[in-house]
Write a protein that binds this ligand. Structure first.
Ligand code: ACO
Length: 436
């Protein structure tokens, strides 16, 4: 953070003295006005519900240029990472700041691989859930429960604990998601296979059974790996900010990540991929491509409460670069599986075409986000719709933990404690029950 030559001056129309506020430059992106001393200087807070103009932290991990539609992890464009690197290389980049060399990659992969099993007791914990429980309900519980199993990595002030908790979380999330799936379908859990890649192992734990050999399809493996890479981090979004706020109290990393999982569940955030696929299936039932125009009229009618799921983003005011990559993966997977004529893919393309030409979407700069195509890919792979957000959580875990560790290591780190503009009743006296 570099102090700018200029300052911001806040003046008041009621004659109160004006105050100078420092301005800082980031390495790229908008400058920030430092308001930390504003309350001490003026007795006033700033008001910004939804954080529309507030940088809650400084971070060196992920940069998004929403107008250009650019996403960089530690400076590297997402397109290059998704094309030239695998997910574990991306995890190394996010956690430690650099892509691994050959030896570092080998070492990191082996550390993650050696932590893929979960404590055997976890399956008894899982057994307490109803078989029809939503996977995100299960994941919130299982991830939080990890803190009860791994006592030796719960002290966030200890860098070694933070390191081992990071590896454990990245390693165990696929195992937990696959266990949640196997539990709902009543199949035996499949133990991790250390000879497989991270994505290949996940596919194996999801789709293998003890009855026959399961061979990982390399096209599907690559698609899964890309889904993980595209979802690995996205700077200060709702769930990441939740993880930071939760972790700022000094709670253990497993508890903080469980809070992130809970936040991600919502349909305005990670739950949008599930909501998007349900929307496509509903339109398909109504008559498919021929009903797109009718559906779009509902979307544009503010009283209908209908939104085009998988469209729009708080930061991107251009095409989400992840959506482009996901569309490419979607084609590859559908071709590999002989599903080129998948009606939902055709429907999604038709919706996208209309939306990109319609003034309602153009004027509001609403473009497809990553969720628009990710559901179609996952459904083609055989992943049930309610599991989509759990897979997003699996992939985002590395981002959450990298952001959490960055916060704890920041000398300016403090517990997060937002303030408020109070609009409730002023002080009053309690009346006895008989006269209320
Ligand atoms: N369909 C129809 N209209 C939309 C949509 C949409 N998907 N998204 C935004 N709009 C409209 C709003 O009605 C609003 O119109 P107005 O200015 O006339 O009132 C305008 O566009 C701005 O929208 P806001 O909701 O104010 O924008 P915000 O930044 O708060 O919301 C959000 C962003 C939540 C992503 C929103 O675009 C949305 O609900 N999209 C659908 C859900 C979705 O796909 N979420 C995934 C996000 S990406 C992720 O988490 C991985």
């Amino acid at each position: 953070m570099k102090l700018a030559d200029n300052k911001a001056t806040l003046s008041f129309s009621n004659g109160s003295p004006s105050v100078d506020l420092p301005v800082y430059h980031g390495s790229v992106g908008p400058d920030v006005v430092d308001i930390r001393k504003l309350y001490a200087q003026t007795g006033m807070f700033t008001y910004d519900p939804g954080f529309l103009s507030t940088a809650a932290t400084q971070s060196a991990i992920t940069y998004i240029d929403g107008d250009k539609g650019e996403l960089l992890y530690r400076g590297y464009p997402i397109e290059q990472l998704a094309t030239n690197c695998d997910f574990l290389e991306t995890c190394h980049l996010l956690l430690y700041g650099e892509l691994p060399n050959t030896d570092q990659k080998k070492d990191f992969t082996s550390r993650v691989t050696n932590h893929t099993m979960v404590n055997e007791q976890m399956q008894f914990f899982l057994r307490g859930f109803r078989r029809d429980a939503h996977p995100m309900a299960i994941m919130t519980g299982l991830v939080g429960a990890l803190s009860a199993f791994y006592h030796d990595s719960t002290d966030i002030t200890n860098p070694e604990h933070r390191e081992i908790a990071a590896i454990r979380l990245i390693a165990k999330m696929p195992t937990l998601v696959a266990m949640a799936y196997k539990y709902t379908v009543g199949q035996p859990y499949m133990y991790p296979q250390n000879n497989l890649s991270y994505a290949g192992n996940f596919l194996h734990m999801m789709f293998a059974t003890p009855c026959e050999k399961y061979v990982v399809n390399p096209v599907i493996e690559r698609a899964m790996d890309r889904i993980f890479t595209l979802h690995a981090d996205h700077e200060q979004n709702a769930s990441t900010s939740t993880v930071r706020l939760c972790g700022s109290s000094g709670t253990n990393p497993f508890a903080a990540i469980a809070a992130g999982v809970a936040c991600l569940w919502g349909p305005a955030h990670g739950g949008a991929n599930e909501a998007c696929l349900n929307m496509l299936e509903d339109i398909q039932k109504m008559g498919g491509v021929s009903k797109v125009g009718e559906f779009m009229e509902k979307v544009k009618d503010k009283n209908s409460g209908v939104r085009l799921m998988g469209f729009g983003h708080r930061v991107y005011k251009n095409y989400d670069p992840r959506a482009k990559l996901m569309q490419e993966t979607c084609r590859e997977v559908l071709t590999e599986l002989g599903l080129q004529n998948d009606p939902l893919f055709k429907l999604a393309m038709a919706l996208e075409k209309i939306a990109l030409e319609d003034d309602y979407f153009v004027s509001r700069k609403l473009y497809p986000n990553v969720d628009f195509y990710s559901g179609i890919v996952q459904r083609a792979i055989g992943i049930p719709v309610p599991l989509f957000t759990a897979i997003f959580a699996l992939a985002r875990t590395v981002g959450w933990i990298a952001q959490l560790n960055e916060m704890i290591g920041d000398p300016e780190y403090k517990i997060g404690r937002p303030r408020q503009l109070f609009s409730g009743s002023v002080k009053r006296d309690v009346k006895p029950l008989a006269v209320r």
